[in-house]
Structures are given as structure tokens and as C-alpha cells.
Design a protein around this ligand. Structure first.
Ligand code: NAD
Length: 329
């Protein structure tokens, strides 16, 4: 069976080629992002494999279905970019990778916290420039600080375990509390209380209608002055222009983003020789207390191997009439 992988990068080729050995599956790696313009490339492929910034709206799905595609195999956990109603109407099955490595994402959130707090990004540049001064590099002990975890599923719970190891107090918000968090001593609160009581807030909930712009001008105004916000969830959990105001007036003391609302037009490509057209991102990148990474939290060897293995397993089960990890609206 032939599979077309859109948005495939060098690391996808490595992990998927390794996972496909002896599977009988024929992989075609397509570096282009899936959009209405590139969807015709799916002609004749029963299986199309897509990543998070591929477009899977009704028009694209119609084009794929008319070209013979029957299965959309997402190599991601998130599926907020898929028009599931259209997929169902067109008879397309959608499968995903519900879990690959919660450690990869949780550890990246912690990396952002440590780098921002101890200002590693500034220290790195400073020492390379022969400047060995310490002014402006003062951090704070994580021990004893209050950390708010928004979304306490697999990644949020893994993140909470790590922060408990630092000796942090844990607050949590999730419509479905996780007993594991309670065992760690976390207190579940409503979101406004969590936001006003936390020194560090980390977002680990999915993007849905209910969570879009969960962090906005109003919620930012309720933070402790100088609080730290980390978003490794999805860009649209946060109203990004509101972050700029909160950074300018000091309400937000630190910001770590691995995801950005407008990332689909930017991330995963080298644009270093072009002027950045996105003024919001450009302004964010001017703050010394902001670190932006380009959706790399998932990028560990273990996660890539697990993503490839589960995706191909999903395809084989679907082909055998036993579809697993399906996503429905
Ligand atoms: P999960 O399904 O295990 O956990 C999500 C949790 O969010 C659940 O406990 C759910 O009850 C909770 N939730 C739902 N609605 C909520 C709301 N309104 N407020 C607060 N919590 C809410 O998912 P996961 O594997 O932990 O992944 C979490 C998210 O992380 C994914 O949806 C995805 O968007 C993001 N993610 C990012 C990367 C990355 O590379 N940056 C990689 C993987 C996943």
C-alpha cells in the first residue's frame, strides 16, 4: 500500500523508513505542506499522512477523497485542524497518534521554564561575546513556587510530576481531574483562581471552542505581576497580541512559546533570508524575557520513533478492517 506523507522533513524520513521495514508499506515523502494547492498530489494515494500545520478543511478533504484517498493518518495527537464533519460526510477515516511521548513535550516545557528563569539564552550569547558579567541574570528558586497546570492529561500530569520533583506547589485546572495529580498534592481550582495564584502557568489542554483564547487580556490582567506563562499546547490557546501588552507593562514577566497561532505560515521552514512579515511575532521576538521555539516540543528520538510506529500500525489495522485510534467529530 502506498502512503503519501505531506510536510515530511528529514527526521520523518528517517523514523518512518525505519518503522516501515518489512511492513509492505510504500512511503512517499512530500516536503510540501498540505493545502488546497498541493492536495492534488494525493491523487491515487489511498492513505495520506498529515502533520499539525497541514490544512484538512472541507475543500482539501473533498479534493483528497475525489483522488481516491480513504484514510487520513495524522502523525500527531492533536486533530483540531481537521474538519471531522466533512471527513465523515466524505467517508474518510481519520486516525491519530493519541500518545507518543508525554515526556518529550513536558520536558520541553520545563526546558523553557529553566532557560527563562536562569536567562540561559542571554548568558549563552553574553559569554560567547566575551562578556562575563552577571547583571540582569538573577533568577528565582523553583523550590516552593506555585505552578499552575492547565490540562492534566498525559502531558500535563508528566509535567506536574517533574515540577513536584523541584519542590513546587501544584495547582491544577481540568474539567476532568486526574487522580495522579491529587496524589502529587495538587489542588484543583477554577481557572481564574489558578491564574491569580500561580507564579508559573503551563498550558497542556487541547485547542477546542472552549479553550480558544483561554489566555486573553482579561485573564492576563489577573496574573501575579511578573508571572511566567508557558505554552506548548496550541498557539490559539492564547490571544497573542494581548501577550505583547502584558509584556510591555510587566504583568507578564516571562513567556515561553513552542506554539503560535499563526505558525502554519512560518514554522518548519528556514525563512532566515526573508524579512519577517508577521509583526506580532516580530515584536514578541524583541523581548529579552521571551523564548519562542518552533513547535519542537515533540522532537525527541523516542517520540519520533513512537509516532512512526503507531502511525504505520494505524494504517495496517485500518487496511485489515480493524481501524484503531480513530477520531470522530
Ligand atoms: P490529553 O488528552 O491526555 O490531555 C488533555 C487534557 O486537557 C485532558 O485531561 C482534558 O480533560 C483537558 N481539557 C480539556 N478541555 C479543557 C479545558 N477547557 N480546560 C482545561 N483542560 C481541559 O492530551 P495530551 O497528550 O496531554 O496533550 C495535550 C495537548 O498538548 C494536545 O491537545 C496538543 O494540542 C498539545 N501537544 C503539543 C505538542 C508539541 O509538540 N508542542 C505535542 C503533543 C501535544
Amino acid at each position: 500500500m502506498r502512503i503519501l506523507l505531506f510536510s515530511s522533513q528529514h527526521y520523518d524520513q528517517e523514523s518512518f523508513s525505519q518503522a516501515a521495514i518489512d511492513s509492505g508499506l510504500e512511503l512517499h515523502f512530500q516536503p510540501a505542506r498540505l493545502t488546497l494547492d498541493t492536495a492534488p498530489l494525493g491523487q491515487g494515494f489511498a492513505v495520506v499522512c498529515a502533520f499539525i500545520n497541514d490544512e484538512l478543511d472541507a475543500e482539501v478533504l473533498e479534493c483528497l477523497a475525489s483522488g481516491g484517498t480513504r484514510l487520513i493518518a495524522l502523525r500527531s495527537a492533536g486533530y483540531n485542524h481537521v474538519d471531522l464533519a466533512a471527513a465523515a460526510r466524505l467517508g474518510l477515516t481519520v486516525v491519530r497518534v493519541p500518545a507518543y511521548s508525554p515526556h518529550a513535550v513536558a520536558e520541553h516545557a520545563v526546558a523553557l521554564i529553566l532557560a527563562l528563569n536562569r536567562r540561559l539564552h542571554r548568558a549563552y550569547n553574553r559569554t560567547r561575546d566575551g562578556d562575563f558579567t552577571l547583571h540582569g541574570l538573577t533568577g528565582f528558586d523553583l523550590h516552593g513556587k506555585t505552578v499552575g497546570v492547565v490540562g492534566t492529561g498525559q502531558i500535563g500530569a508528566t509535567f506536574a510530576r517533574i515540577m513536584a520533583g523541584f519542590g513546587c506547589r501544584l495547582l491544577a485546572y481540568d474539567p476532568q481531574p486526574n487522580p495522579e495529580l491529587l496524589a502529587l498534592g495538587a489542588r484543583y481550582l477554577e481557572l481564574p483562581e489558578l491564574l491569580s495564584e500561580s507564579r508559573i502557568i503551563s498550558l497542556h489542554c487541547p485547542l477546542t471552542d472552549a479553550t480558544r483564547h483561554l489566555i486573553n487580556a482579561r485573564s492576563l490582567a489577573s496574573l501575579q505581576p511578573g508571572a511566567m506563562l508557558i505554552n506548548t499546547g496550541r498557539g490559539a490557546l492564547v490571544d497573542t497580541p494581548a501577550l505583547i501588552d502584558a509584556l510591555k507593562n510587566g504583568q507578564l514577566g516571562y513567556l515561553g512559546l513552542d506554539v503560535y497561532e499563526e505558525e502554519a505560515q512560518l514554522f518548519f521552514e528556514d525563512r532566515s533570508d526573508q524579512p519577517l512579515q508577521d509583526d506580532v511575532l516580530a515584536r514578541l521576538l524583541t523581548f529579552p524575557n521571551v523564548i519562542v521555539t518552533a513547535h519542537q516540543a515533540f522532537l525527541t528520538q523516542e517520540a519520533l520513533a513512537a509516532i512512526a510506529a503507531t502511525t504505520l500500525d494505524n494504517v495496517l489495522h485500518w487496511a485489515a478492517g480493524d481501524a484503531r485510534n480513530t477520531v470522530t467529530g
